[in-house]
Design a protein. Structure first.
Length: 158
């Protein structure tokens, strides 16, 4: 078990959200589901928590009610090795009410903010050549969903 893992607060949609996230990421599975007991603040027998893995990273979803809405102040970063993987994650998370934002950011239909980025982006924006990094950042700022080939061309000066 990881010592630190995110808990995503939901308002009765824990099962639906976990299914969406597992569809978006390979190597994902539910580890455990718990249910509310008698006398809890939610109906007895309803899903309380789901512990699951996304790409072998542990998460928990809590059906906690309507009291804690998401903000963009915290986001989850999804590093993608290929454009195909990036497109799959992006398309899955923006489906059915998710919203594209800018520069690889999106909000899924539950309001969770994600950054869907190519793994290479870290290399591109930390290069010691400031001209290269500026070209990459200029290209990135013009995008909504990130395109690896365009970012690579900017990095290469093409």
């Amino acid at each position: 078990m990881q010592k630190i893992y995110p808990c995503l607060w939901q308002n009765g949609t824990a099962e639906e959200a976990a299914a969406l996230y597992m569809k978006a990421f390979k190597n994902s599975r539910i580890l455990q589901t718990t249910h509310y007991p008698e006398g809890a603040p939610m109906p007895k027998g309803s899903v309380m928590t789901i512990h699951f893995l996304l790409n072998e990273q542990e998460f928990m979803i809590l059906n906690g009610g309507p009291w804690e809405p998401y903000t963009g102040a915290l986001s989850l970063v999804a590093n993608c090795d290929t454009q195909e993987e990036l497109d799959h994650v992006w398309d899955t998370l923006t489906a059915d009410g998710g919203q594209a934002v800018q520069c690889g950011w999106l909000k899924d239909k539950y309001g969770v903010s994600w950054q869907v980025v190519p793994t290479l982006l870290g290399k591109f924006i930390t290069d010691t050549d400031p001209v290269r990094t500026q070209r990459v950042m200029t290209a990135l700022w013009k995008m909504v969903k990130l395109d690896i080939a365009t970012l690579q061309a900017a990095y290469d000066g093409k």
